[in-house]
Design a binder for this molecule. Sequence first.
Ligand SMILES: [Fe+2]
Length: 319
Amino acid sequence: MARIIAGVASSHVPAIGAAIDNKQTEEPYWKRVFSGFEKSKEWMAKTKPDVAIVVYNDHASAFSVEMIPTFALGCAAEFPPADEGWGPRPVPVVKGHPALAAHIAQSVILDEFDLTIVNKMEVDHGLTVPMNLLFGQPKDAWPCPVIPLAVNVVMYPPPTGHRCYMLGKALRRAVESYPEDLKVVIFGTGGLSHQISGPRAGLINSKWDKSFLDNLSKDPKKLTRIPHLEYMREAGAEGIEMVMWLIMRGALDDKVDEVYRFYTVPASNTAVGHIILENARKASGTRKVAGKSKRGSAGKSRQAAARKSIHRIASKGKR
Ligand SMILES: [Fe+2]
Protein backbone atom coordinates (compact mmCIF):
# COMPACT_ATOMS: atom_id res chain seq x y z
CA MET A 1 0.00 0.00 0.00
CA ALA A 2 1.04 3.61 -0.32
CA ARG A 3 2.15 5.30 2.88
CA ILE A 4 3.09 8.74 4.12
CA ILE A 5 6.56 8.40 5.54
CA ALA A 6 7.34 11.99 6.46
CA GLY A 7 6.19 15.57 6.52
CA VAL A 8 8.17 18.60 5.50
CA ALA A 9 7.17 22.18 6.22
CA SER A 10 8.78 25.25 4.79
CA SER A 11 8.12 28.92 4.20
CA HIS A 12 7.57 29.79 0.55
CA VAL A 13 8.85 33.37 0.42
CA PRO A 14 8.74 34.54 -3.24
CA ALA A 15 12.05 36.42 -2.85
CA ILE A 16 13.75 33.05 -2.21
CA GLY A 17 12.64 31.96 -5.68
CA ALA A 18 13.91 35.22 -7.15
CA ALA A 19 17.28 34.75 -5.40
CA ILE A 20 17.57 31.28 -6.99
CA ASP A 21 16.49 32.48 -10.41
CA ASN A 22 18.88 35.45 -10.29
CA LYS A 23 21.79 33.31 -9.01
CA GLN A 24 22.12 35.21 -5.74
CA THR A 25 22.21 32.19 -3.44
CA GLU A 26 25.89 32.70 -2.57
CA GLU A 27 25.43 36.32 -1.52
CA PRO A 28 25.81 36.62 2.28
CA TYR A 29 22.20 37.69 2.86
CA TRP A 30 20.84 34.68 0.98
CA LYS A 31 23.55 32.20 1.93
CA ARG A 32 22.27 32.46 5.52
CA VAL A 33 18.86 31.27 4.29
CA PHE A 34 19.96 28.62 1.79
CA SER A 35 22.58 27.07 4.08
CA GLY A 36 19.71 26.05 6.37
CA PHE A 37 18.36 23.77 3.66
CA GLU A 38 21.55 21.90 2.75
CA LYS A 39 20.88 19.07 5.19
CA SER A 40 17.26 18.99 4.06
CA LYS A 41 18.26 18.43 0.45
CA GLU A 42 20.53 15.58 1.57
CA TRP A 43 17.63 14.11 3.56
CA MET A 44 15.32 14.36 0.57
CA ALA A 45 17.87 12.83 -1.81
CA LYS A 46 18.24 9.91 0.60
CA THR A 47 14.51 9.55 1.25
CA LYS A 48 13.63 9.48 -2.46
CA PRO A 49 9.83 9.76 -2.23
CA ASP A 50 7.77 8.28 -5.06
CA VAL A 51 5.23 11.08 -4.78
CA ALA A 52 5.01 14.41 -2.95
CA ILE A 53 1.73 15.98 -1.85
CA VAL A 54 2.39 19.71 -1.61
CA VAL A 55 -0.05 21.74 0.47
CA TYR A 56 0.29 25.39 -0.49
CA ASN A 57 -1.73 28.45 -1.28
CA ASP A 58 -2.28 30.06 -4.61
CA HIS A 59 -1.49 33.80 -4.65
CA ALA A 60 -4.10 34.88 -7.22
CA SER A 61 -2.18 33.01 -9.97
CA ALA A 62 -4.47 30.09 -10.81
CA PHE A 63 -7.50 31.49 -8.99
CA SER A 64 -8.71 35.04 -8.46
CA VAL A 65 -11.31 36.83 -6.40
CA GLU A 66 -13.82 35.48 -8.92
CA MET A 67 -13.36 31.92 -7.65
CA ILE A 68 -11.68 30.82 -4.44
CA PRO A 69 -11.93 27.14 -3.52
CA THR A 70 -11.17 26.37 0.11
CA PHE A 71 -9.37 23.12 -0.72
CA ALA A 72 -8.42 22.42 -4.36
CA LEU A 73 -6.75 19.16 -5.35
CA GLY A 74 -4.63 19.09 -8.50
CA CYS A 75 -5.57 15.98 -10.45
CA ALA A 76 -3.92 16.92 -13.76
CA ALA A 77 -0.99 15.21 -15.45
CA GLU A 78 1.07 18.38 -15.25
CA PHE A 79 1.10 21.84 -13.71
CA PRO A 80 3.08 24.54 -15.53
CA PRO A 81 4.76 27.30 -13.49
CA ALA A 82 2.57 30.43 -13.36
CA ASP A 83 3.51 33.85 -14.64
CA GLU A 84 3.44 35.98 -11.49
CA GLY A 85 4.29 39.21 -13.25
CA TRP A 86 7.88 38.54 -14.33
CA GLY A 87 7.21 35.57 -16.61
CA PRO A 88 7.01 31.97 -15.40
CA ARG A 89 9.85 30.91 -13.09
CA PRO A 90 12.57 28.93 -14.90
CA VAL A 91 11.68 25.68 -13.15
CA PRO A 92 10.55 22.40 -14.70
CA VAL A 93 6.87 21.77 -15.30
CA VAL A 94 5.51 19.95 -12.26
CA LYS A 95 4.33 16.48 -13.24
CA GLY A 96 1.28 15.20 -11.38
CA HIS A 97 0.12 11.74 -10.37
CA PRO A 98 -3.43 11.65 -11.77
CA ALA A 99 -4.19 8.10 -10.60
CA LEU A 100 -3.28 8.72 -6.96
CA ALA A 101 -4.85 12.19 -7.06
CA ALA A 102 -8.15 10.76 -8.36
CA HIS A 103 -8.04 8.12 -5.65
CA ILE A 104 -7.41 10.78 -3.00
CA ALA A 105 -10.29 12.89 -4.36
CA GLN A 106 -12.68 9.94 -4.14
CA SER A 107 -11.52 8.81 -0.72
CA VAL A 108 -11.41 12.26 0.88
CA ILE A 109 -14.73 13.44 -0.58
CA LEU A 110 -16.48 10.24 0.51
CA ASP A 111 -14.82 10.89 3.87
CA GLU A 112 -16.83 14.14 3.97
CA PHE A 113 -14.18 16.70 3.00
CA ASP A 114 -15.53 18.45 -0.07
CA LEU A 115 -12.43 19.07 -2.16
CA THR A 116 -12.56 20.97 -5.43
CA ILE A 117 -11.15 18.82 -8.23
CA VAL A 118 -8.85 20.80 -10.50
CA ASN A 119 -7.86 19.31 -13.85
CA LYS A 120 -5.98 22.33 -15.18
CA MET A 121 -3.89 24.60 -13.00
CA GLU A 122 -0.70 26.63 -13.01
CA VAL A 123 1.35 26.64 -9.83
CA ASP A 124 3.07 29.67 -8.33
CA HIS A 125 5.91 30.31 -5.88
CA GLY A 126 3.80 28.88 -3.06
CA LEU A 127 4.57 25.45 -4.50
CA THR A 128 7.76 25.90 -6.50
CA VAL A 129 9.87 27.64 -3.82
CA PRO A 130 9.58 24.82 -1.23
CA MET A 131 10.26 22.37 -4.07
CA ASN A 132 13.51 24.24 -4.82
CA LEU A 133 14.49 24.31 -1.18
CA LEU A 134 14.10 20.56 -0.81
CA PHE A 135 14.91 19.27 -4.29
CA GLY A 136 17.31 21.94 -5.52
CA GLN A 137 17.01 23.48 -8.96
CA PRO A 138 16.74 20.62 -11.49
CA LYS A 139 17.20 21.52 -15.14
CA ASP A 140 14.71 19.26 -16.86
CA ALA A 141 12.46 17.50 -14.38
CA TRP A 142 11.57 17.36 -10.70
CA PRO A 143 12.63 14.07 -9.14
CA CYS A 144 9.10 12.85 -8.35
CA PRO A 145 5.47 13.48 -9.30
CA VAL A 146 3.61 16.04 -7.21
CA ILE A 147 -0.02 16.33 -6.16
CA PRO A 148 -0.76 19.98 -5.38
CA LEU A 149 -3.34 20.81 -2.73
CA ALA A 150 -4.20 24.50 -2.80
CA VAL A 151 -5.77 26.00 0.33
CA ASN A 152 -7.49 29.35 0.56
CA VAL A 153 -5.64 31.53 3.03
CA VAL A 154 -5.86 34.72 0.99
CA MET A 155 -9.49 35.71 1.48
CA TYR A 156 -11.52 35.47 4.66
CA PRO A 157 -12.62 32.97 5.81
CA PRO A 158 -9.76 30.49 5.52
CA PRO A 159 -10.34 27.03 6.99
CA THR A 160 -9.68 26.57 10.70
CA GLY A 161 -6.54 24.91 11.95
CA HIS A 162 -8.66 22.04 13.26
CA ARG A 163 -10.29 21.51 9.87
CA CYS A 164 -6.84 21.45 8.27
CA TYR A 165 -5.54 18.96 10.81
CA MET A 166 -8.51 16.65 10.24
CA LEU A 167 -8.08 16.96 6.46
CA GLY A 168 -4.53 15.73 6.96
CA LYS A 169 -5.93 12.64 8.65
CA ALA A 170 -8.35 12.07 5.76
CA LEU A 171 -5.47 12.42 3.30
CA ARG A 172 -3.56 9.79 5.17
CA ARG A 173 -6.51 7.39 5.07
CA ALA A 174 -6.75 8.05 1.35
CA VAL A 175 -3.08 7.39 0.70
CA GLU A 176 -3.08 4.24 2.82
CA SER A 177 -6.00 2.81 0.89
CA TYR A 178 -4.14 3.13 -2.43
CA PRO A 179 -2.91 -0.34 -3.38
CA GLU A 180 0.38 0.53 -5.06
CA ASP A 181 3.46 0.51 -2.87
CA LEU A 182 4.43 4.18 -2.88
CA LYS A 183 6.49 6.28 -0.48
CA VAL A 184 4.76 9.62 -0.06
CA VAL A 185 6.13 12.78 1.54
CA ILE A 186 3.69 15.55 2.39
CA PHE A 187 4.66 19.24 2.41
CA GLY A 188 3.06 22.05 4.39
CA THR A 189 4.12 25.47 3.17
CA GLY A 190 3.76 29.15 3.96
CA GLY A 191 4.50 31.40 6.94
CA LEU A 192 6.02 31.86 9.29
CA SER A 193 5.16 35.23 10.85
CA HIS A 194 4.90 38.01 8.32
CA GLN A 195 2.71 40.90 7.28
CA ILE A 196 3.23 42.48 3.90
CA SER A 197 1.09 45.60 4.11
CA GLY A 198 -0.58 48.05 6.49
CA PRO A 199 0.78 49.75 9.59
CA ARG A 200 2.28 46.49 10.89
CA ALA A 201 4.08 45.61 7.62
CA GLY A 202 7.32 43.80 8.39
CA LEU A 203 6.00 42.22 11.60
CA ILE A 204 7.98 39.18 12.71
CA ASN A 205 7.32 37.34 15.99
CA SER A 206 10.12 34.83 16.51
CA LYS A 207 8.94 33.80 19.96
CA TRP A 208 5.52 32.85 18.64
CA ASP A 209 7.00 31.12 15.58
CA LYS A 210 9.35 28.99 17.67
CA SER A 211 6.57 28.00 20.02
CA PHE A 212 4.51 27.01 16.95
CA LEU A 213 7.38 24.80 15.74
CA ASP A 214 7.73 23.20 19.19
CA ASN A 215 4.05 22.38 19.31
CA LEU A 216 3.94 21.23 15.70
CA SER A 217 6.47 18.62 16.63
CA LYS A 218 5.25 17.59 20.09
CA ASP A 219 1.70 18.79 20.68
CA PRO A 220 -0.03 19.57 17.37
CA LYS A 221 -3.52 19.30 18.86
CA LYS A 222 -2.76 22.42 20.88
CA LEU A 223 -2.22 24.28 17.59
CA THR A 224 -5.59 23.16 16.24
CA ARG A 225 -7.25 25.35 18.87
CA ILE A 226 -5.58 28.59 17.75
CA PRO A 227 -8.24 30.95 16.37
CA HIS A 228 -7.68 32.99 13.21
CA LEU A 229 -7.50 36.19 15.25
CA GLU A 230 -4.50 34.89 17.18
CA TYR A 231 -2.62 34.10 13.97
CA MET A 232 -3.39 37.60 12.72
CA ARG A 233 -2.45 39.31 15.98
CA GLU A 234 0.68 37.31 16.78
CA ALA A 235 1.99 36.26 13.37
CA GLY A 236 0.70 39.03 11.11
CA ALA A 237 -2.00 39.04 8.45
CA GLU A 238 -0.15 36.56 6.24
CA GLY A 239 0.85 34.38 9.20
CA ILE A 240 -2.50 32.63 8.70
CA GLU A 241 -0.68 30.57 6.05
CA MET A 242 0.57 28.47 8.94
CA VAL A 243 -2.75 26.62 9.15
CA MET A 244 -1.53 24.74 6.08
CA TRP A 245 1.25 23.18 8.14
CA LEU A 246 -1.49 21.49 10.18
CA ILE A 247 -2.68 19.54 7.12
CA MET A 248 0.81 18.09 6.83
CA ARG A 249 0.94 17.40 10.56
CA GLY A 250 -2.47 15.75 10.62
CA ALA A 251 -1.28 13.28 8.00
CA LEU A 252 1.48 12.02 10.31
CA ASP A 253 1.53 9.88 13.43
CA ASP A 254 0.62 11.57 16.71
CA LYS A 255 4.21 10.99 17.81
CA VAL A 256 6.87 11.78 15.26
CA ASP A 257 10.63 12.03 15.08
CA GLU A 258 11.77 15.57 14.45
CA VAL A 259 14.80 15.02 12.27
CA TYR A 260 15.59 18.62 11.37
CA ARG A 261 14.57 22.19 12.08
CA PHE A 262 15.75 25.55 10.78
CA TYR A 263 14.64 29.08 11.59
CA THR A 264 16.05 32.39 10.44
CA VAL A 265 14.89 35.98 10.08
CA PRO A 266 14.37 37.69 7.83
CA ALA A 267 14.08 36.64 4.20
CA SER A 268 12.59 39.60 2.42
CA ASN A 269 10.24 40.69 5.25
CA THR A 270 9.31 37.19 6.41
CA ALA A 271 10.43 34.75 9.07
CA VAL A 272 11.67 31.53 7.47
CA GLY A 273 10.79 28.30 9.23
CA HIS A 274 11.45 24.74 8.19
CA ILE A 275 10.96 21.37 9.84
CA ILE A 276 11.18 17.71 8.84
CA LEU A 277 9.12 15.17 10.76
CA GLU A 278 9.26 11.45 10.17
CA ASN A 279 6.71 8.86 11.12
CA ALA A 280 8.50 6.76 13.70
CA ARG A 281 7.22 3.50 12.24
CA LYS A 282 8.13 4.31 8.67
CA ALA A 283 10.95 1.79 8.47
CA SER A 284 9.05 -1.17 9.88
CA GLY A 285 6.85 -1.67 6.83
CA THR A 286 4.38 -3.34 9.20
CA ARG A 287 2.13 -0.59 10.42
CA LYS A 288 0.07 -1.48 13.43
CA VAL A 289 -3.60 -1.45 12.65
CA ALA A 290 -4.01 0.29 15.99
CA GLY A 291 -1.97 3.12 14.53
CA LYS A 292 -4.93 3.99 12.36
CA SER A 293 -7.15 6.25 14.39
CA LYS A 294 -10.58 5.31 15.65
CA ARG A 295 -11.89 7.98 13.32
CA GLY A 296 -10.13 6.05 10.59
CA SER A 297 -12.52 3.14 11.00
CA ALA A 298 -15.48 5.49 11.21
CA GLY A 299 -14.29 7.26 8.09
CA LYS A 300 -13.87 3.94 6.31
CA SER A 301 -17.39 2.86 7.27
CA ARG A 302 -18.78 6.10 5.91
CA GLN A 303 -16.82 5.64 2.70
CA ALA A 304 -18.02 2.05 2.37
CA ALA A 305 -21.63 3.13 2.93
CA ALA A 306 -21.25 5.93 0.38
CA ARG A 307 -19.74 3.55 -2.18
CA LYS A 308 -22.60 1.06 -1.62
CA SER A 309 -25.11 3.82 -2.14
CA ILE A 310 -23.39 4.92 -5.36
CA HIS A 311 -23.42 1.28 -6.49
CA ARG A 312 -27.15 1.00 -5.72
CA ILE A 313 -27.88 4.13 -7.75
CA ALA A 314 -25.79 2.83 -10.65
CA SER A 315 -27.53 -0.58 -10.52
CA LYS A 316 -30.96 1.07 -10.57
CA GLY A 317 -29.93 3.02 -13.65
CA LYS A 318 -29.09 -0.23 -15.43
CA ARG A 319 -32.47 -1.80 -14.80
FE1 LIG B 1 2.35 32.92 0.60
